[in-house]
Design a binder for this molecule. Structure first.
Ligand SMILES: [Zn+2]
Length: 260
């Protein structure tokens, strides 16, 4: 999984946020968990294979934290290049995956830990479920030095971001990029090029980032998805998602589009 963190950490999650010490952002440990469990329930705990860190989920709200600690979004840790950020994403992703893989998708039997592999297995029929992210594409569309950004109806409505969507069965990633852009804004794009990818544990996507070039069409929005879409000069951007997100990387950390 990339980084090697020698020490086994305990990650305490609540509602998708991680409990860290204020100031140095060290993950809260078992002593803090014991204090939390005087007023909260332990909803799940799991030792994450490969790294050996503990992932623990507590019930309740994130509007209060023990003195000296705070609940933070994982994208904040990713944006700050905190050394354990990727391990925390994997820990939350595994908790999320386990929460929705308690029963066999084939026969409805109870799933239990696979004795050897990182997987869960049905005692009744032997079916094995493996944890895997759902692939989604996100694309920086470029036209004559400008980039296309949109405001979404469902997501944080004041933020302008890249077009994105899930990959359908039967599609290549590049097919998905072309289809999403066509569906959401009515444009044809080509020269679809891979930029980077990122695991996003909400609940578990593999966000695959691309850039693509406008080839034809005028903006015609899909109203269920988008409230607004516009071409922006990269030097004059509106409110965009924060550092740590794939959208930020595509918008701000991808070389400026070529002219012509
Ligand atoms: Zn089964």
């Amino acid at each position: 999984m990339g980084e090697v963190v020698a020490k086994s950490l305990t990650f305490i999650f609540c509602d998708g946020l991680l409990l860290v010490r204020s100031g140095d952002w060290q993950p809260a440990g078992d002593d803090v968990l014991a204090e939390l469990l005087t007023t909260r329930q332990l909803a799940a705990e799991y030792r994450v294979p490969l790294q050996g860190h503990w992932a623990k989920q507590v019930s309740g709200a994130t509007d209060n934290a023990p003195p000296g600690y705070e609940w933070v979004r994982l994208r904040t840790l990713l944006g700050a290049d905190v050394p354990y950020a990727l391990a925390a994403c994997r820990a939350l992703g595994m908790l999320n995956w386990r929460a929705t893989h308690q029963f066999c998708g084939r026969c409805g039997g109870v799933l239990a830990e696979h004795p050897v592999e990182v997987a869960r297995q049905c005692a009744a029929c032997g079916h094995v479920e493996y944890p895997g992210p759902t692939p989604a594409v996100i694309v920086r569309v470029e036209k004559e030095g400008q980039i296309l950004l949109a405001r979404h109806v469902q997501r944080i409505p004041h933020l302008w971001t890249c077009l994105a969507g899930y990959v359908e069965l039967g599609e290549s990633l590049e097919d998905a990029v072309r289809r999403e852009v066509r569906e959401e804004v009515g444009l044809e794009v080509d020269d679809v090029q891979y930029v980077a990818s990122q695991h996003w544990p909400y609940p578990n996507q593999l966000m695959v980032g691309f850039r693509a070039q406008w080839r034809a069409g005028e903006l015609k929005l899909q109203p269920e998805e988008l409230s607004e879409a516009r071409w922006f000069d990269p030097a004059h951007l509106p409110d965009i998602p924060p550092k740590g997100t794939m959208a930020y990387r595509l918008i701000c950390e991808t070389p400026a589009p070529m002219m012509g």
